[in-house]
Design a binder for this molecule. Structure first.
Ligand SMILES: O=C(O)C1=C[C@@H](OP(=O)(O)O)[C@@H](O)[C@H](O)C1
Ligand SMILES: C=C(OP(=O)(O)O)C(=O)O
Length: 444
């Protein structure tokens, strides 16, 4: 266990970053491992689970709905599932904390079970749109009463049997896709989701691994994913690979701090997650992949990153779904590159833990960066390696990725950058500050 990230932090310039990083488990895969193991009949074991607050919220919710979930002293998690259709009525409201993934995927599960559940969360999560899952789940028969604007707190009353649907995603969202597929697990017949733009496919991969009948077909309309309902999931032994969204901070930090040379172990290299690596390489970053292998049905590699002068690019908008959580880190890289980086086509950033376009625009502007805010992204004039302005305080807005991205910015500022609230870092990367200190000890 790591010390809880502090309320406010000051990150002063330091470096270079050197050494090895062991990544925390992938957050998306960790949520799904707990959920699917809870729906299997029998005992699954999970190693490498991310023990961050978001994933612990999923574990608590699955326990509240009948699964037995325990962590062994060796860090192995054991899950005794209740079977598809076997979720029990939770006694109280489900506290989703800061986690959009927990909320949207679990709404899908509840929607096709004979239970009802109230979902509540923190101020950030309570501001995020849930209409995108309410609409398809209501079409499957769930009765959902939400707060104004389709927000939390909300109540889902499931229907048994639910009605299978064929649903074309109106937004590129793996959470919406997964919510419908998970509802489909306990729905008679075949539930189909059509995604015009591919998003992370961990649900599809892992459901197939658990023995669900799931078919994926590439068509002119996009990827069609069909799940056969009334599924029986077999317990599994799962090794969760490292989180590429957490690797993002070290990829950027090592690229921009002169003299850095970092090896990042065990990064999930699923092609639906590697957009940041592609974008950084277009910017002339020095990132090598070694030891490519497969872990838990996912491609994995070690990444070796060395400092390199970065060049501005127009970020290809079609990379957006495969790097959606990495934009805050990318914006910091862009601020240190030579020239104007244009990152558009990422309007989804406005509905994450914070409005990540506005929050990063405010934070980088405070650090002296010249930029233009667009409705769907930022244009950032890079310094060509000259330091950002330190001695400033930025607001993280309950958003872990803002706090971590601006901590990286502090490494290359004239003086410390202060972050008003770093506690949200515990949602996805509890060891972030410990790892930063190990890679680049603070100067006295
Ligand atoms: O399915 C998932 O695990 C996730 C999907 C993405 O959200 P959207 O589906 O809202 O794009 C991503 O931003 C989130 O961190 C995790
Ligand atoms: C958007 C994120 O997570 P979630 O939607 O699960 O809150 C994230 O981790 O950047």
């Amino acid at each position: 266990m790591h010390p809880a990230p502090p309320l406010s932090v000051q990150i002063a310039p330091r470096g270079p970053l050197t050494g090895d990083v062991t990544l925390p488990g992938d957050k998306s895969i960790s949520h799904r491992a707990l959920m699917f193991a809870s729906l299997a009949v029998g005992r699954s074991t999970i190693t490498g689970l991310l023990e961050g607050e978001d994933v612990l919220a999923t574990a608590a919710a699955m326990r509240a709905m009948g699964a037995t979930i325990e962590r062994g002293d060796d860090g192995t998690w054991r899950v005794d599932g209740v079977g598809v259709g076997g979720l029990l009525q939770p006694a109280g409201a489900l506290d989703m904390g800061n986690s959009g993934t927990s909320t949207r995927l679990l709404m899908g599960l509840v929607a096709s079970h004979a239970i009802h559940a109230t979902f509540a969360g923190d101020a950030s999560l309570s501001g995020r749109p849930m209409g995108r899952v309410i609409e398809p789940l209501a079409a499957m028969g769930a009765d959902i009463t939400a707060s104004p604007g389709g927000r939390l707190p909300l109540m889902v009353r499931g229907l048994v049997p639910a009605v299978p649907i064929e649903y074309t995603l109106p937004v590129a969202s793996a959470q919406v896709k997964s919510a419908v597929l998970l509802a489909g697990l306990n729905t008679p017949g075949i539930t189909r989701v059509i995604e015009p733009v591919p998003t992370r496919d961990h649900s599809e991969r892992m459901l197939a691994g658990f023995g669900a009948r799931i078919e994926v077909e590439e068509t002119a309309a996009g990827r069609v994913i069909a799940v056969h309902g009334e599924a029986e999931l077999q317990p599994q032994t799962i090794a969760v690979p490292g989180d590429p969204s957490s690797a993002a901070f070290w990829l950027v930090a090592a690229s921009i701090v002169p003299g850095s040379h970092v090896t990042i172990r065990n990064a999930c290299m699923n092609p639906t997650r590697t957009g940041l690596i592609a974008a950084l390489r277009l910017m002339d970053a020095d990132i090598a992949e070694t030891n490519a292998r497969s872990v838990g049905g996912e491609p994995v590699a070690d990444l070796v990153v060395r400092h390199a002068p970065l060049t501005a690019i127009e970020v290809p908008p079609d990379l957006a779904p495969s790097m959606i959580d990495e934009y805050p880190a990318l914006f910091v890289a862009a601020a240190m590159a030579e020239g104007v980086t244009v990152a558009r086509g990422a309007h989804e950033l406005r509905v994450k833990e914070s409005d990540r376009i506005a929050t990063m625009a405010a934070a980088l502007s405070a650090a002296g960066v010249t930029l233009t805010e667009h409705y769907d992204g930022l244009s950032i004039t890079g310094s060509g390696g000259a330091p950002m302005t330190g001695g400033v305080q930025i607001a993280s807005k309950l958003d872990h990725r803002i706090a971590m991205a601006m901590a990286v910015a502090g490494l290359v500022a004239t003086d410390a950058i202060g972050i008003d609230d770093a506690r949200p870092v515990a949602t996805s990367y509890p060891a972030f500050f410990t790892t930063l200190d190990a890679l680049a000890p603070p100067r006295d």
